[in-house]
Design a protein around this ligand. Structure first.
Ligand SMILES: Cc1cc2nc3c(=O)[nH]c(=O)nc-3n(C[C@H](O)[C@H](O)[C@H](O)COP(=O)(O)O)c2cc1C
Length: 245
């Protein structure tokens, strides 16, 4: 199987799905099995997944939607972003097109005592429909998101993480291989102001997933600390720290 690192270059948000394609039962079962292999960012947060037909939600694209339900513990949104991005990348390796779908509403908001968080719309894609030239994906310049020494094959790669409305809230400061990851609260996007902490926290979990995939690919040995939740009116909120050895 292609590594998740390689899928960073292949994945993209699928917004058009070919209705003549559909996922087989076997493919759906593989997805369900794969859900158990996703590694959490935070161990003790209960999570459940449901896969429903797209028509059971307000989503307008894809054949199915993966709905995620979580305990609302500290940093649960980071955890959801981190988990589902692994799935997004893995699905690209299976030629399954995915779109994170923050706008969607599911049929059921509470499931086994857990709260609905977000959905991924997905459906079968053709290999040629995936991203061909990742450099052309619209992203902020490195200078905006990264301060301090750059890490080859990491700095330039992590910025391709997907985010709500492409808001790219991540900011990184590298001081002698102590990497501090922040969420900027001044992203200037069309997301309603009161919803920004919600979506951008999921985005930050996605970014941490990209960060670790890139670091591992570069064979860096690292330790990660997830920061405790902080006041959300600061310009930058510290999310996590990595120490590279
Ligand atoms: C948390 C989150 C929510 C998103 N919600 C939507 C959405 O509701 N509708 C949509 O079309 N795209 C949505 N997206 C996709 C982003 O717009 C997309 O990731 C971003 O523009 C970057 O493009 P790319 O994924 O093709 O690299 C969402 C992405 C994330 C991470």
């Amino acid at each position: 199987m292609n590594s998740l690192y390689d899928m960073i270059f292949k994945r993209k948000s699928f917004r058009r799905f070919d209705d003549s394609l559909s996922l087989s039962m076997e493919e759906l079962q593989n997805i369900m099995q794969h859900l158990n292999k996703l590694l959490p960012l935070i161990e003790d947060i209960k999570i459940k997944y449901r896969i429903v037909k797209r028509e059971e939600t307000t989503c307008k694209r894809g054949e199915y939607c993966l709905l995620v339900y979580s305990e609302q513990k500290e940093n649960y949104l980071l955890n959801v972003g981190y988990l589902l991005e692994q799935l997004d990348l893995w699905m690209a390796s299976q030629n399954i097109g995915v779109c994170w779908y923050g706008m969607g509403k599911p049929d059921v908001l509470k499931y086994h005592g857990l709260y609905y968080v977000i959905m991924l719309a997905f459906g079968k894609g053709r290999p040629e429909e995936f991203r061909k030239d990742y450099v052309k994906a619209k992203r902020k310049d490195i200078e905006i998101i990264w301060v301090g020494k750059q890490i080859s094959n990491v700095t330039n790669i992590v910025r391709f993480a997907p985010s709500a409305c492409n808001s790219q809230p991540w900011r990184v400061v590298n001081e002698n291989n102590h990497i501090r990851i922040f969420r900027s609260t001044e992203v200037g996007s069309i997301i309603p102001k009161e919803r920004i902490p919600f979506y951008n926290s999921i985005d930050m979990g996605i970014f941490l997933c990209f960060m670790e995939i890139a670091l591992r690919h570069g064979q860096y040995v690292f330790k990660r600390i997830v920061c405790e939740r902080q006041k959300s009116d600061a310009e930058q909120i510290e999310i996590a720290r990595y120490t590279i050895y």
